[in-house]
Design a protein around this ligand. Structure first.
Ligand code: SAH
Ligand code: SF4
Ligand code: F3S
Length: 466
């Protein structure tokens, strides 16, 4: 360690600013980076001005996401100079998927960067940063050491910052969809052992967390080492893990994301029926409704197989809300292929669905394919798809009007006297209510709905603070 303790034996305080881009796994990773740095005296800052350490935790999924990093680095340059002029030093690290994908190019393009650290190497941040301060060590750290990483992170130091928390249970992807960078940035599929996941979930619940969302790039491919004493079981699947976690006292709600249609099994579908803590909301990306395009995407399933999974889920849990991801304008997509996507969306009737214009990613097979679709065509198709998805989401939300729902209140609302939380179906809910309900589940009656939220009132007398 480079810093010396002051007279009171306290380490000097340093300001840490982390900016997070991309998916929920990056949000989780940013939290863990903060945890790792807290014992070194770093305290979270709301803004980069004057920070001692700035970490950009980046996303490479679409071109726009990756380019944001460079504009942010441009904004950080004068701040780093100001800090130096006042006798201090601002260390700038680029972490996450752009770090993994672009590596040394980042420092070539943005010399302001001191350290590039990939998503499988960040558990060694304290060592890397000490090396930067000493002017030694390698500024590029992009080894794949996923197992070491989770061992190093095994004891969560996290202080509670909400009642809903992420827990990564699986990382990496072996699917190689032809549009996607994730198999290259996150490496091969790997599952954390059940005992490690359980210990982390317990520690979070002990801090007041009421809901965990299990994360993985292919979370339903989970096959973790069984708990000690249960070695004979062999690897546990996600359904078994969910039932195991549901027994943690105080853990009211479990969710998971993101799943792949190819990894759906009966046991996981059954868990939606037999495990009340597993919330009735399921995110199952399909990407396209055209079998020809699905094949070119290397999704390894058809539209009919996807619809059959949705039907099985609905048979097991009739009220389950389905969400998904769609890509428009994949190379070779014709008007008829796009119409098949619209048709599939109509058949599913999504509660929520994310839609993206295909973005050509260097190094992926899709980038080299013939038949790249015109930007204007992509824009026009996306608008048509979005109009359909927005109408579906609005209709889903409006179908809740007049119903009673249990809401996990997580925060104060926008207006004074308001509190906000989530329904079982992941809808944002706002209602008048006391701040003392935050961190608790209470019954509400839905009084109104828009595309993005429900308004509600607390059910008098029945408010069950659990
Ligand atoms: N592992 C998850 C999430 C992958 S990234 C999964 O398999 O679903 C999240 C979403 O981004 C994907 O589902 C896809 O819809 C979208 N996406 C990925 N690569 C893309 C690209 N090159 N262009 C546009 N959208 C993309
Ligand atoms: Fe990307 Fe496909 Fe893997 Fe999802 S399943 S992370 S879309 S390669
Ligand atoms: Fe982006 Fe990496 Fe997540 S590319 S979506 S941050 S896995």
């Amino acid at each position: 360690m480079t810093e010396t303790a002051n007279a009171a034996g306290e380490k000097p305080r340093k300001r840490l600013f982390i900016k997070t881009y991309g998916c929920q796994m990056n949000v989780y990773d940013s939290g863990r980076m903060r945890d790792l740095l807290t014992p070194l005296g770093y305290e979270p800052a709301e803004a980069p001005e004057g920070a001692d350490l700035v970490i950009l935790n980046t996303c490479h999924i679409r071109e726009k996401a990756a380019e944001k990093v460079y504009s942010e680095l441009g904004r950080l340059k004068p701040l780093k100079e100001e800090k130096a002029a006042s006798g201090g030093a601002m260390t700038i690290a680029v972490a996450g998927c752009v770090a993994q994908a672009e590596g040394a190019e980042i420092r070539a393009r943005a010399p302001v960067v001191d350290l590039v650290v990939g998503p499988q190497a960040y558990h060694k941040l304290p060592e890397f940063i000490a090396n930067v301060h000493r002017g030694r060590g390698d500024a590029l750290q992009t080894e794949f050491e996923v197992e070491d990483k989770f061992d190093a992170l095994a004891a969560p130091a996290r202080q509670i910052d909400g009642y809903s928390a992420f827990v990564t249970v699986q990382e990496g992807c072996d699917k190689f969809c032809t549009f996607c960078v994730v198999p290259y940035t996150r490496g091969a599929e790997w599952s954390r052992p059940v005992d490690q996941v359980t210990a982390e979930a317990r520690a979070l619940v002990a801090q007041g967390v009421r809901e965990v969302t299990l994360l993985g790039q292919n979370v339903n491919a989970y096959h973790g080492a069984p708990p000690a004493g249960r070695e004979a079981d062999g690897a546990w699947g996600l359904g078994t893990l969910v039932r195991h976690l549901a027994r943690i006292e105080g853990l009211a709600r479990i969710r998971f994301t993101t799943s792949h249609p190819r990894d759906m099994d009966d046991d996981l579908i059954a868990a939606f029926a037999d495990t009340p803590a597993l919330m009735p909301y399921f995110h199952l990306p399909v990407q396209s409704g055209s079998d020809r395009i699905l094949k070119a995407m290397n999704r390894k399933h058809t539209a009919a197989e996807y619809l059959a999974i949705i039907a099985r889920l609905r048979a097991a849990r009739p009220d389950i809300a389905i969400s998904g991801d769609m890509i428009v304008g994949f190379p070779g997509e014709t008007e008829a292929d796009f119409e098949a996507t619209m048709e599939l969306a109509r058949a599913v009737n999504y509660a929520a669905c994310f839609s993206f214009k295909y973005s050509r990613r260097p190094g992926t097979p899709g980038a080299a394919m013939a038949g790249q679709v015109d930007e204007a065509v992509k824009t026009e198709r996306l608008a048509r798809l979005n109009a359909l998805l927005a109408a579906q989401q609005t209709a889903f939300n409006q179908s809740m009007t007049g119903r009673r729902l249990p809401v996990l209140f997580e925060r104060e609302g926008r207006n004074p006297g308001q509190i906000g939380g989530r329904s079982p179906y992941l809808q944002a809910v706002h209602c008048e209510g006391p701040a003392s309900l935050i961190g608790h589940i209470a019954q509400v009656e839905v009084t109104g709905a828009s595309q993005n939220a429900l308004s509600a009132r607390l059910v008098p007398g029945e408010t069950r603070a659990a």
